[in-house]
Design a protein around this ligand. Structure first.
Ligand SMILES: [Ca+2]
Length: 83
């Protein structure tokens, strides 16, 4: 019986990790615009979207001249469904 549990524990862990990954929100900024689809808000004057080394991907970059506290956020319903 313990052999069966030891065999299935890694599979169960991989399954649960896969489920938790579905609760993550991602944005690849391929449209080059973080103010729409989805709309990110916050200190938007301190951010810009720049081309990534691998087209068509883009990257969100900070324009802050130095160390500071700034943020962007976007609403998501994924967290409400996470377990
Ligand atoms: Ca966008």
């Amino acid at each position: 019986m313990s052999l069966l549990i030891r065999t299935w524990q890694p599979l169960a862990a991989a399954f649960l990790i896969g489920l938790s990954a579905q609760a993550q929100f991602t944005d690849d900024f391929t449209d080059g615009d973080f103010t729409a689809n989805p709309a990110w808000s916050g200190d938007d004057a301190l951010f810009t979207v720049v081309p990534d080394a691998i087209p068509p991907n883009n990257r969100l970059r900070s324009n802050s001249p130095g160390a500071a506290t700034y943020y962007l956020s976007t609403p998501s319903t994924l967290a409400a469904n996470a377990q």
